[in-house]
Design a protein. Structure first.
Length: 518
């Protein structure tokens, strides 16, 4: 393990005892000195660059990110005609019967903002099963050849368990489960490649650690294998998949798993869908779908059982909830198990639409809103049509949560968003798109200041993973996990955040690139 000094830095410590520093000394992956370089160590001049505690993304999907780097990419495409051309090109490159897998379509970007007609994919790829996941991951667009692979007719697919079908080709939420067993199988070797690719890309973006928000057995084993092979480059806080009772029982019986690069002490559950596919559970109907209040994806009995098991075994429970009814549902179930203030740090992932009275319940039971700022700015253009102007004030209530004394672990939900922590930071302080619109920011009362935005992706994210005593700020004995930038993002103009470069990412005292071969 290397021993070295970093000098002449603009070091933002997030430590109240000394908010800024100019040098650090590192030994065996830990900070051992601040502002007093150790003469026997090799010294590197970072020439005024800004060093911060390493970015932590508190809601990331490693396997899906790596996997989608290899799929048909439909993110940001604004017309069905362009999608047709991409898919026609793909069919010309593969054999009949091979699956076409894709990700990222969003009907809200299309001219008429409607779901596609049934025969669109059938006409393009009649001889290939097609499975295209929507940008939010909560619906999939399929063709008849894919439906045939399930072994059931469309009419016989069971829609009684939190799913529905639109236009005979859009599978929403639990309707996607019918395709799980017929999609191409994922080998351990393939999963390892996806995860390694994703982790390396995250590191290039300045990310030193992620909270991986849904780990099945294959994902856990792949990460453990990569660590044994000394290939896994970042820290990972794993959330176990709640749909695998055997996996949960194994970890509940054996207790928390703690490794230098992997921690497993939490479980991920889903309560509702997403606003984009109208699956998020609302108290009142969607403004553009008067007969639809969204979906609750798990029964009262199952969710209470899961919450009690997590409580009894001291595992953190992190539940996806987006709509106001979905958040209310989770809070009530959490409260019935937690019963009082506590240090369990159970989380609601996304907490995108929350009513006033429910803010108080977050505070009452010390529940953490784990939030992704770019979701707000990605969704803001169509939200007025989706939920109406009267409910916009309930969206992404970052400052309201902070005013209530709550800590917000910040993330990106990559690959739904890009994963770039600078983009998330920008969204948190501006609530604008990358063109600087709207001028005052969407629901501008919920913008946060730059220090709190930085804490969301450092010290508050560390707290969300029980790592606040070793990561998330600069202090003696803390891990040598740093992100070094060519701009001081606390003081530059907001537009300059978007063009800020990651110079170096240092994790456990190791660097992604060459400062004279640290």
């Amino acid at each position: 393990m290397h021993s070295f000094n970093l000098i002449n830095g603009n070091i933002i410590t997030l430590n109240n005892s000394f908010p800024v520093a100019n040098s650090l000394s590192i030994e065996k992956g830990k900070i051992i000195s601040i502002n007093q370089p150790i003469s026997k160590f090799k010294t590197f001049d970072i020439k005024g660059a800004t060093l911060i505690p390493g970015f932590i993304d508190a809601h990331f999907h490693l396997k899906n990110y790596g996997k989608r780097l290899q799929q048909v990419d439909l993110k940001g495409i604004k017309s069905l005609n362009k999608i047709r051309k991409i898919l026609l090109k793909k069919t010309s490159q593969i054999n009949d019967g091979e699956w076409i897998l894709g990700f990222g379509w969003d009907q809200n970007l299309w001219i008429d903002m409607q779901f596609p007609p049934k025969d669109f994919l059938n006409n393009i790829a009649p001889n290939n099963p097609v499975y295209l996941t929507r940008i939010d991951g909560h619906s999939s667009w399929v063709n008849d050849a894919a439906i045939k692979m399930t072994g059931q007719s469309l009419e016989k697919l069971d829609m009684t368990k939190g799913g529905k079908i639109i236009n005979e080709c859009i599978m929403v939420d639990n309707a996607m489960n019918h395709f799980r067993d017929c999609l191409p199988k994922e080998s351990t070797a393939q999963i390892k490649k996806w995860i390694l690719s994703a982790a390396n890309n995250a590191k290039k973006m300045g990310i030193t650690g992620v909270h991986d928000a849904w780990q099945d057995r294959k994902t856990v084993n792949a990460i453990k294998d990569l660590i044994k092979e000394n290939k896994f480059p970042i820290r990972c806080y794993g959330m176990l998949a709640s749909n695998d009772d055997d996996l949960l029982s194994e970890y509940f019986d054996n207790g928390h798993y703690n490794d230098e690069y992997l921690t497993i002490r939490s479980v991920k559950a889903f309560i509702d869908g997403a606003l984009g596919s109208r699956g998020a559970a609302l108290h009142e109907p969607y403004a553009d779908d008067a007969n639809n209040c969204g979906l609750i994806l798990i029964s009262n009995e199952k969710f209470l059982w899961l919450a009690q098991k997590c409580f009894d075994n001291n595992f953190q429970l992190n539940t996806h909830a987006i709509g106001d009814r979905g958040n209310h549902y989770v809070l009530n179930h959490y409260g019935s198990v937690l019963n009082q203030k506590n240090n369990r740090r159970w989380r609601i992932e996304h907490a995108q639409m929350v009513a006033d009275q429910d803010i108080l319940q977050f505070k009452e039971y010390n529940i953490l809103p784990s939030m992704q700022p770019s979701h707000c700015t990605s969704d803001m253009s169509w939200l007025p049509d989706r939920i109406g102007n009267d409910r916009l004030k309930l969206i992404s209530r970052w400052q309201t949560f902070i005013d209530a004394g709550l800590i917000i672990p910040g993330g990106s939900d990559c690959p739904i968003e890009t994963g770039n922590p600078l983009f998330e930071f920008y969204a948190a302080i501006t609530r604008q798109n990358h063109k600087g619109l709207p001028k005052r920011g969407f629901q501008s009362q919920e913008k946060v200041n730059s220090i709190n935005a930085l804490k969301m992706f450092t010290s508050w994210a560390a707290y969300g993973g029980f790592d606040e005593k070793k990561r998330g700020k600069i202090d003696i004995g803390y891990d040598a996990d740093f992100t070094i930038l060519d701009n001081n993002i606390l003081s530059v103009k907001s537009k300059d955040i978007l063009t800020t470069n990651i110079l170096y990412t240092i994790i456990n005292g190791y660097i992604n690139d060459d400062i004279n071969n640290i």
